[in-house]
Design a protein around this ligand. Structure first.
Ligand code: G6P
Length: 470
């Protein structure tokens, strides 16, 4: 018996350099969260390797990935444009993050979404053996549970969505809303990060489909589907032990012992309009304008990890961020000080650990976020129990990290005040808050998340089987 994970993106992505393929870790919560854990169990992972691979090189790539128990679904450039950039990231992503004005309801996007979901399902079917647990991940593959069920009536299928599920009034805007929900009803267990997502999903499904919802159970053609919240965690021990590695430790010590060290603020996000990067920049700019005494006293390390930069809204956002950072730095900088150290690239985990361990304040202010693992990674990295997390109430993690300074990301004054509050917070209060948050992040690790989901899936299947034999 094995677990088959299916996601649009594999935890490893391929980039091409001088006609050579390089295999590097993928970005985003799904890949970083599940990327290590799947190796520990008896699992295989099916997904897209991140770029178009010409037919004559597909065997080479498949062989290389098979060594890691990864099985590629190859997408053509047209599928990448219409299914991935189009339907997934110009329809579902903006609508599910409540930015409905960004949605482009193109028929060709939808046609491709259906075709590619079939491709993923067909690629999976050949691997399924009796008793296997199939775990479909995220919004790019909403139709896959139903497609697999059509081939294998008794398959054990779980689905987890890593991004928010919007309220009925938002979801109903999508022209293909019923088909999307029907796709999910192929699953036995449907998971979201928060109880609010569960509530929105149950309500939406009961209103749009001929299905009854009672408590957290949907009944569909006499099959029962359980819907539950499973807040995803991180590998606490990994993030907590990284700062103790000798080279990492040495660098942290060096940076922390600079004389007259300025307050270090950190943010790390994928390039995305849902992350509230521009709004955060505005708040910081106001803070500097209103407090000339902060000149030289505060430095913001702002890491933006490149993502989806072929989608127009992401390209525009990148330009706006570049311009705004340039504007703030040129207005406020001195000969020896820059208010923002801006990086547009990804970093190896050891360097991220140095950022986390040396940041006095971590700013996580998304407009909307399914969970947000950066907030948890910061907490896990703070082995001295100090540092302040400023966290948007729109991030799923704000439901667990209640000892953060919680802000409304649309309220620039709120963000400004939180930064000032954090700068002045006594060590003792920092410790109390950090100790409480670290206990939560340690306890609800990603391992526990996987175990809980899988246990529940087995339980749901047993329940269904017992109902059948009655
Ligand atoms: C989010 C989504 C993932 C996605 C990741 C990176 O975390 O939930 O499904 O893989 O962003 O985005 P990308 O489009 O590069 O896969």
């Amino acid at each position: 018996m094995k677990t088959i994970i299916i996601s649009n993106r594999l935890p490893v992505k391929i980039i091409e350099e001088n006609n050579e393929y390089k295999y590097i870790p993928s970005e985003g919560g799904l890949a970083t969260g599940l990327g290590d854990i799947y190796k520990n169990g008896n699992s295989i992972w099916i997904g897209w390797p991140g770029l178009e691979i010409p037919e004559d090189r597909q065997l080479e790539v498949a062989n290389k990935l098979a060594e890691l128990h990864l099985y590629p679904v190859f997408l053509t450039q047209e599928e990448i444009n219409l299914f991935y950039e189009g339907f997934s990231n110009e329809v579902l992503w903006p609508v599910f993050h409540y930015v409905v004005t960004y949605a482009k309801y193109e028929q060709s996007y939808w046609d491709s979404y259906k075709a590619v979901n079939e491709k993923f399902a067909n690629n999976t079917i050949k691997f399924i053996e009796q008793g296997d647990q199939i775990w479909v991940q995220d919004y790019q593959l909403l139709l896959v549970p139903h497609l697999i069920r059509a081939y294998k009536q008794d398959a054990i299928i779980g689905f987890f969505q890593h991004i928010p599920f919007p309220s009925y009034e938002i979801f109903r805007l999508i022209p293909w809303r019923n088909e999307l929900l029907t796709g999910l009803t192929g699953a036995d267990l449907i998971g979201f990060h928060t109880y609010d997502d569960v509530r929105h999903f149950l309500h939406t499904t009961a209103r749009l489909l001929p299905i009854t919802a009672s408590a957290n159970i949907l009944t569909c053609n006499e099959r029962q589907i359980v819907v539950e919240a499973f807040p995803m965690g991180i590998d606490f021990d990994k993030f907590s032990s990284l700062p103790k590695q000798p080279a990492v430790f040495k660098e942290i010590e060096r940076l922390n012992n600079v004389p007259d060290k300025a307050t270090h603020v950190l943010s790390i996000d994928r390039l995305d309009y849902s992350k509230g990067i521009l709004e955060r920049l505005q708040a910081y700019s106001l803070l500097l304008e209103n407090n000339p005494e902060y000149v030289g006293k505060i430095v913001w390390t702002m890491v933006v990890v490149p993502s989806r930069d072929t989608v127009p809204q992401y390209r525009d956002l990148k330009e706006q961020i570049d311009r705004t950072v340039g504007d703030i730095n040129s207005r406020h900088r001195t000969a020896t000080w820059n208010p923002i150290n801006y990086f547009y690239r990804s970093f190896p985990i050891e360097e991220l650990s140095i950022f986390y361990a040396t940041a006095d304040i971590c700013l996580v202010t998304p407009m909307r976020d399914g969970m947000n693992l950066v907030s948890k990674e910061y907490v896990a990295s703070r082995n001295n129990d100090d540092g302040v997390l400023i966290l948007s109430e729109m991030a799923g993690s704000s439901k667990e990290l209640t000892d953060a300074l919680i802000v409304n990301p649309n309220n620039l004054g709120d963000i400004m005040n939180a930064i000032e509050h954090a700068m002045q917070m006594p060590q003792e209060e920092q410790r109390e808050r950090m100790i409480a948050m670290r206990a939560v992040v340690k306890k609800f690790s990603v391992k526990r998340w996987v175990d809980n989901f899988m246990l529940k899936l087995a339980e749901v299947k047993q329940l269904q089987d017992s109902l059948k034999t009655k």
